[in-house]
Design a protein around this ligand. Structure first.
Ligand SMILES: CC(C)(COP(=O)(O)OP(=O)(O)OC[C@H]1O[C@@H](n2cnc3c(N)ncnc32)[C@H](O)[C@@H]1OP(=O)(O)O)[C@@H](O)C(=O)NCCC(=O)NCCS
Length: 337
C-alpha cells in the first residue's frame, strides 16, 4: 500500500489525459450494472470545460506502478449555496482493487475538502435492488460514510402508447380545471423564466432528502440560462412542461432530457408541484404531457430513467401509473468532517 502514488489533478483541456481518465472512470462506474447511465464521454468533457459560476469541478487520478491510471476521482462543490458540501465519486480499475488506490483518492477528497473549507462530504453508491452488499459499500463504510438517503432508480421503456397517455391526461384533467399546461423545448420562454427559477430554488427542500444536509439552491434567471447553455455544449435537449394556476402563478414543472451522445436513454429530472397546488393530479398530468411532447419528436428513445426517494410516495405513485419499474438503488452517502 505504501507504493500507491500520490493523486494528480487531471486537466480536462488535455484531450488525451481526459480520455485516459474517462476510460477508467467509465469502466469502474459501469462495472456489473445492467442499467448504468454514466455521463457520456463528450457530456462529461463539455461539463468540465464549461465555466460555471455555480459549481467548482475537478478530476483527479492515481496511477499504478506502470504509470497507467488505476483510479479516478470526480469532485464538485457548489459555489453559491450549500457551500459546506463537496460531492465525490471514486472509481478503481477492477484488476487493481483492494490495493489502496481508493483509499488514496479518499485522502484527496479529505484534503480538498479542508482546502475548500467544506465540512460535509457526499457521494452516491449504485447498488443492486436487493441492497447489496457490494465492495463499494464496504469501502464507503471503511471511510466513515453513512447512508443518509436512498433513492430507487426506475426505468420505463419508451415510446408509450399515445392512447394510454391521452387517456391518463383526460382523466387527470377533471381534477385541475382552470389550470393550463405549457411546454417548451430547451430554452425557457423569457416570460416564465423568473417563476421557473423560483420553483427550482425550492426543489431541494420539497423533494424528500432523508438525512442529507441540503439547503435551498440560489436560483435565478441567470442560473436557468447558464444551465441551458451548458446543456447545449453537452449535446443535450430538454423538454419542460409547467402548470399555470388559474391566477397565473406557476404551480408545477417537470423536465425530461435526452442527449445526442447517449441516444438510448431519456432522463427524468426534477418534477415539483408547489404545496398550495397539490392534490389536483398535476404531477401525473405534467409527466404525461411531457412524455407526449418528447416522443412526438423522439420516437426512437428506448429507456427513461428516474430516481426518487423511497419515502416519496406521491411521486412513486405517479411513476407506477406510468409503468416505471425499479432496477437498482442509489444510496446517498454522507460524512461530516
Ligand atoms: C469502491 C472502490 C472505489 C474501492 O477501491 P479500492 O482501491 O479497491 O479500495 P481500497 O483498496 O483502498 O480499500 C480500502 C478499504 O475498503 C474496504 N473494501 C474495499 N473493497 C472491499 C471489498 N471488496 N470487500 C470488503 N471490503 C472492501 C476494506 O476495508 C479496504 O481496506 P483493506 O483492503 O485494508 O481491508 C472500487 O471497488 C470501485 O471502483 N467500485 C466501483 C465504483 C464505485 O462504486 N465507486 C463508489 C462511488 S463513490
Amino acid at each position: 500500500m505504501s507504493r500507491v502514488s500520490t493523486s494528480e489533478l487531471v486537466d480536462p483541456h488535455d484531450a488525451e489525459a481526459f480520455d485516459a481518465w474517462y476510460d477508467v472512470h467509465r469502466a469502474a462506474t459501469d462495472d456489473g450494472r445492467e442499467f448504468a447511465v454514466t455521463w457520456a464521454r463528450e457530456e462529461m468533457r463539455a461539463g468540465l470545460l464549461t465555466e460555471s459560476a455555480y459549481f467548482g469541478k475537478e478530476i483527479w487520478a492515481v496511477r499504478d506502478e506502470a504509470g497507467a491510471i488505476a483510479g479516478t476521482l470526480y469532485l464538485d462543490f457548489p459555489l453559491k449555496d450549500n457551500t459546506s458540501v463537496i460531492q465525490a465519486g471514486i472509481g478503481v480499475r477492477a484488476d487493481v482493487r483492494r490495493r489502496g488506490y481508493g483509499t488514496q483518492l479518499a485522502r484527496t477528497v479529505a484534503e480538498r475538502a479542508a482546502e475548500l473549507g467544506r465540512t460535509v462530504v457526499q457521494g452516491q453508491l449504485d447498488v443492486p435492488i436487493d441492497g447489496g452488499p457490494t465492495p463499494a459499500q464496504a469501502f464507503a463504510a471503511a471511510n466513515g460514510l453513512t447512508v443518509a438517503n436512498v433513492e430507487v432508480h426506475r426505468i420505463l421503456e419508451l415510446p408509450l402508447a399515445e392512447e394510454f397517455l391521452s387517456g391518463l391526461a383526460e382523466k387527470a384533467a377533471e381534477h385541475h380545471q382552470g389550470y393550463r399546461l405549457i411546454s417548451w423545448q430547451d430554452r425557457c420562454p423569457d416570460e416564465y423564466v423568473d417563476a421557473y427559477a423560483a420553483m427550482q430554488a425550492t426543489f431541494e427542500l420539497e423533494a424528500p432528502m432523508g438525512d442529507l444536509e441540503v439547503e435551498a439552491a440560489v436560483y435565478d434567471a441567470a442560473r436557468v440560462r447558464a444551465g441551458e447553455e451548458q446543456r447545449v455544449a453537452q449535446g443535450r435537449n430538454g423538454w419542460i412542461t409547467v402548470a399555470q394556476a388559474p391566477d397565473g402563478t406557476m404551480a408545477g414543472y417537470t423536465e425530461l432530457y435526452v442527449g445526442v451522445h447517449d441516444p438510448l436513454n431519456a432522463y427524468q429530472w426534477g418534477t415539483l408541484v408547489a404545496p398550495a397546488h397539490r392534490g389536483h393530479r398535476l404531477g401525473l398530468a405534467l409527466k404525461v404531457r411531457n412524455h407526449l411532447e418528447l416522443q412526438r419528436s423522439h420516437s426512437e428513445r428506448r429507456i427513461a430513467h428516474t430516481w426518487n426517494a423511497e419515502q416519496n410516495t406521491a411521486m412513486n405513485a405517479v411513476n407506477a401509473v406510468l409503468g416505471f419499474r425499479p432496477v437498482e438503488l442509489a444510496q446517498e452517502l454522507q460524512r461530516r468532517i
